[in-house]
Design a protein around this ligand. Structure first.
Ligand SMILES: Cc1cc2nc3c(=O)[nH]c(=O)nc-3n(C[C@H](O)[C@H](O)[C@H](O)COP(=O)(O)OP(=O)(O)OC[C@H]3O[C@@H](n4cnc5c(N)ncnc54)[C@H](O)[C@@H]3O)c2cc1C
Length: 489
């Protein structure tokens, strides 16, 4: 008998027996006859413990309540500013059926619902106080089909699972710069990485998805089936359901790239060099300045360079960066792409207090350069560029939900500290810098942005009405609301 069916029977017979039989792997606390929770409208709810036990019986995975062993690990999110939140329950799903049961449980009770893949949402959208968290972290398989040139990836996988599956085949699909980031939020919001100027955004490589919608239906989205949903998943975030599986296009790739880190002062000359390189750069080039404090406390312009193509051609194209008179140190050469993709993992470890805003520039004008150089040197605020253009800009703004296409770079301004007492000042510095630049910006990347709820619609431009239509169709009560939210009409 399947474990799920067995547990259901046991629950009907005696809840206590089911706890010891089915929950032998899980040290459960005794929460009493009901637990307090919060509805999706913010009202207090009381959920009967018997109902939780029934859910436990229905799932192949586990359900954690506050006080249960494993609860703290299961509910963990990356940004320390939100890690103290306490969901009423965590449904750690291991199958599509588990996700269906958890979605139904939440919808039937109007229980606030969050969906967690890698837990890296900067604004902490994958957790809540008092809601149900669907934790997809156990659904992390990544399997490559080298003949079909696709990768089939579980809805709870991390970017490292994807690179780990593709690179040994000399294949790649677009993943981001930190391997413990989740595929789910990364992809649904856009997905930028070191190869995207050649291989497109993650959404441009998404060819199929399996989705559990708000009604609990399992829907396949591809160009042939429910193509409207596929369009919406390509940039519309977690608004339309829980994706239990992504299928990505993969591309031939030499996992030994040409690149390295080059160091310059944070001044107008080094920024003008960057502006010139942006104009001239072939698709193989990914050039990303990162402003960081040097050993003497003065800010440095550390430029990460990754050339994903023929090395001799890279050497020629990138020579102006090496020959520039303001170069302080650094060199370029053959590098393991897998090593580059994990190099920042430790620097961006879980638990730190983090705050971030970002926005797009169509070009780097002298006014923008001056503002950036002044702010970075004045406040020592860490900030960085993501190199766009190339293949990411050759997709029409209405071809996918991700509308911000014709841009050269994304610019992020961040605060990070282990001391919550510094949060107010750190957040204020990020905001001041960002709002000085905002008039020059062409929208923002919802995946790397905080506090702009009222601006979400405008950021989608002419795609927004179509996204609202999709929301009406797939999630008319806004069950999936903890995200860059598209409100149903
Ligand atoms: C250290 C770090 C490095 C980053 N680097 C990059 C980068 O290089 N490029 C880039 O583009 N972005 C980058 N980001 C931003 C990143 O894309 C977003 O933070 C993204 O939301 C993280 O996805 P996640 O699954 O880990 O997040 P989670 O917190 O798990 O989820 C965020 C939201 O996504 C939705 N969601 C997640 N999974 C699913 C699913 N399977 N089905 C339905 N909805 C789902 C939910 O709405 C959820 O609230 C980075 C973030 C961090 C913290």
């Amino acid at each position: 008998m399947k474990r799920r069916a067995f547990c259901k029977t046991a629950v009907a017979a005696a809840i206590t027996t089911s706890l010891s039989a089915c929950g032998a792997r899980q040290q459960a606390s005794d929460p009493g006859p009901s637990i307090s929770a919060v509805s999706m409208h913010g009202d207090e709810l009381s959920i009967e413990t018997a109902a939780i036990e029934e859910l436990r019986g229905e799932l192949d995975g586990r359900v954690f309540l506050q006080g249960d062993e494993g609860y703290d690990v299961a509910k963990r999110v990356w940004n320390g500013m939100f890690d103290d939140k306490k969901p009423a329950a965590v449904a750690q799903c291991t199958s599509i059926e588990d996700v269906v049961n958890a979605v139904n449980f939440s919808r039937e009770r109007s229980l606030l619902l969050s969906v967690k893949c890698g837990g890296h949402s900067f604004p902490g959208k994958s957790t809540s106080d008092g809601g149900l968290m669907i934790d997809l972290s156990q659904m992390h398989d990544a399997v490559v089909d080298p003949d079909g040139m696709t990768a089939r990836v579980g809805g709870g996988a991390l970017l490292g699972h994807v690179d780990g599956a593709t690179l040994p085949h000399n294949l790649v699909t677009t993943t981001g710069t930190v391997s413990h980031t989740g595929v789910g939020g990364f992809t649904l919001g856009g997905g930028m990485g070191r190869t995207d100027r050649m291989t497109g955004l993650a959404v441009d490589n998404l060819v199929e998805a399996t989705v559990v919608t708000a009604s609990g239906d399992v829907v396949r989205a591809s160009e042939d089936e429910n193509s409207d949903l596929l369009w919406g998943l390509r940039g519309g975030g977690g608004n339309f359901g829980v994706v239990t599986e992504f299928v990505f296009r993969v591309h031939p790739f030499n996992p030994t790239v040409y690149g390295g880190d080059l160091f310059y002062p944070v001044d107008k000359d080094s920024m003008q060099l960057y502006a010139d390189m942006l104009d001239a750069a072939p698709d193989e080039a990914n050039i990303e300045p990162f402003f960081v404090p040097g050993e003497d406390g003065k800010m440095l312009n550390m430029v990460g360079v990754t050339w994903s193509g023929d090395h001799a051609a890279g050497e020629k194209a990138l020579a102006p960066m090496l020959n520039h008179p303001s170069l302080l140190s650094g060199e370029l050469g053959p590098k393991s792409y897998a090593a580059i993709q994990t190099a920042w993992d430790g620097l961006t470890a879980h638990g730190q207090q983090n705050y971030l805003k970002s926005g797009y520039f169509n070009e780097l004008t002298p006014d923008i350069i001056e503002l950036i150089v002044d702010f970075v040197n004045r406040d020592n605020t860490p900030s960085w560029f993501q190199h766009l253009g190339g293949a990411t800009a050759r997709v029409a703004p209405d071809a996918t939900a991700f509308a911000n296409r014709n841009v050269a770079v994304n610019f992020g301004i961040s605060y990070g500290s282990n001391d919550p007492a510094l949060n107010d000042a750190g957040i204020a510095a990020v905001r001041e810098f960002y709002y000085a630049l905002e008039p020059h910006m062409a929208g923002f990347y919802a995946n790397l942005h905080q506090d702009e709820k009222e601006k979400v619609g405008g950021n989608y431009g002419e795609n927004y009405p179509r996204l609202v239509e999709l929301k009406n169709k797939y999630d008319p009560t806004n069950l999936f609301r903890l995200n860059a939210n598209i409100q149903p009409a």
